[in-house]
Design a protein around this ligand. Structure first.
Ligand code: CP3
Length: 357
């Protein structure tokens, strides 16, 4: 038998394609972020979060930081999902300790119809520029993930104008002006499609769609306002000659995993409220799975953290198609040393678990 060409440079892409790997690949959402002192230093130098995103050299620098410390199997573009609404003219700002804020919100049919679709090479040119720079800097060591927000999740931020717990404006729009909300979501679908295609042309080797607020919808509304457009993207994006895989992370939508397995995504991201074994049954081997350790496990002792990593890997069981990740982003007050414990544990426990069953 030919030995398989597998290692840090391609085990992530192989796992997404459900091909055998030498051990379970791992990366972590928000792996470049505030828990790293070197990230905080670069952010300070940049002056603001948006300056960091808009300066390709700085975005590249922070993308590389976690890879210099940990044996991660993928890099993720440093940017944010809210760059698209910013480029649509909403005026994005990140207020310290508060999260994102838009100067303008989108709450009426008139607001919606006035919006244009941003040109990713022009209005958002700093993003493909960062992708190109990062690919050059990575030199093939690990693959680069590009990303965007889902149309529904972007619409939530645009209607609310910032973080929310109630979703009052977006849901009012959904019930009072469903036609207008569909027009907004369709515009955003086209914007996300062009944006991800520009990232792919610039060199992104996988793309992830963050549907962070999918889980706030009742089932029928989820199908109509979130999943339908996730499907349009998974099936409609021009993936280029390398047939770049698409990962869809619809947070809080575990109820819909069976349906999500059929939208045309290669992999589904999972939060920690479903076990990987159950998720595997619900998705019937049609997609790879990415997840799903509770991010709070990073506050536990190294011994407890290793045990929880082992449990997630065992819960997935034998066979290819698992990319290890947290169920949501790493939190800012985690001790970076815990990331080494996690990454090393995944690679140790994943060995042998990932061949064909
Ligand atoms: O390392 C990576 O994962 C890549 C970079 C990345 C960021 N945001 C950087 C960031 C990615 C993939 C995102 C996605 C993102 N952004 C999502 C989807 C994932 C999720 O969390 O559900 C969402 C909803 C956003 C919007 C957003 N950006 C919020 C709500 C916040 C504030 C909350 C927070 O965590 O601070 C941000 C800010 C943000 N985006 C930071 C980082 C590193 C922290 C900002 C800072 O440095 O002050």
């Amino acid at each position: 038998m030919q030995p398989i060409d597998c290692g840090r440079h391609n085990r992530f892409l192989r796992a997404l394609r459900r091909e055998p790997v030498d051990t379970t690949p791992v990366w972590v959402m928000r792996q470049a972020g505030r828990y790293l002192p070197e990230y905080r230093a670069t952010r300070q130098r940049a002056g603001s979060f948006m300056n960091l995103c808009r300066t390709p050299e700085l975005a590249c620098e922070v993308t590389m930081q976690p890879l210099e410390r940990f044996e991660l199997d993928a890099a993720i573009l440093f940017s944010d999902i809210l760059t698209i609404p910013d480029a649509m003219g909403l005026g994005l700002d990140f207020v310290e300790g508060e999260g994102p804020r838009f100067a303008k919100s989108v709450r009426t049919p008139e607001d919606i119809d006035a919006l244009g679709i941003p040109d990713p090479e022009d209005d958002l040119g700093y993003v493909p520029a960062a992708v190109k720079l990062i690919r050059r800097e990575l030199g093939g060591k690990v693959p680069l993930i590009g990303f965007a927000g889902s149309p529904w999740t972007l619409a939530c931020y645009m209607a609310e104008g910032g973080p929310t717990e109630r979703f009052s404006h977006i849901k009012k729009l959904m019930w009072d002006e469903p036609g207008a909300l569909h027009r907004l979501i369709d515009k955003l679908t086209e914007a996300v499609k062009r944006y991800l295609e520009a990232q792919i042309r610039a060199g992104a080797q996988a793309v992830m769609i963050f549907d962070s607020w999918g889980g706030v919808l009742a089932p029928a509304d989820y199908h109509e306002f979130s999943m339908k457009n996730l499907r349009a993207l998974a099936q409609g994006i021009d993936r280029g000659p390398e047939n770049v895989p698409v990962i869809v992370f619809s947070r809080g939508a575990n109820e819909h995993l069976g349906a999500l397995a059929d939208i045309g995504a290669d992999a589904l991201g999972l939060d920690w409220t479903v076990s990987l074994g159950e998720a595997r049954r619900r998705t019937g081997g049609k997609v790879a799975l990415q997840g799903n350790l509770d991010p709070a496990a990073l506050y536990a002792s190294p011994a407890s953290l290793r045990r929880e990593v082992d449990l997630v890997i065992r819960e997935y069981g034998r066979g290819p198609g698992h990319v290890f990740n947290l169920g949501h982003g790493i939190t800012p007050d985690v001790n970076p040393d815990q990331m080494s414990v996690l990454v090393d544990a995944v690679h140790a426990f994943g060995r042998g678990a990932t061949e064909l069953a």
